[in-house]
Design a protein around this ligand. Sequence first.
Ligand code: NAP
Length: 292
Amino acid sequence: MPNIIDGRAVAEKVYVDLRGEIAGLKSKGITPGIAVVLVGDDPASRAYVRSKDKMSRELGLHSVKLELPESTSQNELLARVDELNRDPAVHGILVQSPPPKQIDETAIVRALNPAKDVDGFHPLNVAKLAMGDSTGFVPCTPLGVQRLLIESKIEIAGAHVVVLGRSMIVGKPVALLLMQKAQGGDATVTVVHSRSKDLEAITRSADILIAAIGRAHFVKASHVREGAVVIDVGINRIEDKNDKRGYRLVGDVAFDEVAPKAKAITPVPGGVGPMTIAMLMANTVKAARQSI
Ligand code: NAP
């Protein structure tokens, strides 16, 4: 049987480490602070914001939850971001995606103080990741994937990592992170996407396969080499009449057929998901530390 990588357990370990660091900062008079901004009332976004706020409070962070109406204009949102940029009690700012259609998300991200951009999407932080400058902020999901691999004692250096997907949120940053000349990096990385030829032959050559495409059960046993490590970032809803919500969440990997071939694999839910919030908390603590 493969090793099932338990993201909840690794996230708990991250929180234990963070609690120690937060206590140290508080003893110096600094309470790390995070502001999460939600525009509109998308139920999924609301649930994400609630769980981020809950976790921040559990860790004893200063947590600001800013809920703005669906009709909020670009200028109103920019004004609120500016206030948070200047608020010394707030070390990290996150504007929940996706915002309503009148909002230009790219402009909002660019308006963030890069030193408070704990999501790691500001161009300065993207550049720092590409340059290997560790003072920058790396997006939370890629950072969580790397931490899962490290905590599971999976050798990254020299491994052939194949990343399925090239988004700015997951695919590109996870590729940059794992190829860095640094601890937790040094992998040989191939990125495949919707225009790649011979996709299956490429994924089959992976020692570590990271799936981030948003297609339920796309990765089949035929995509995976015997003994590979499989990290499933995907979160997809599929209809399930047996579930009281009428749907359930599944990954990009057909878990039941891939797991028997894998050396280690993450489940969905309970794999990468819990790491994303844990890394948001870690980035906020880092922002507070770097503010000194
Ligand atoms: P995205 O922005 O939609 O990007 C998907 C990528 O997959 C694109 O690069 C696309 O290629 C590629 N792709 C789509 N269909 C493909 C196919 N049939 N063959 C090959 N490549 C294909 O998605 P994302 O934001 O990166 O998210 C990916 C998944 O991760 C989603 O299920 C999302 O919900 C999940 N996610 C989970 C977390 C977490 O905390 N666990 C965080 C973020 C995202 P092109 O570029 O050629 O279009």
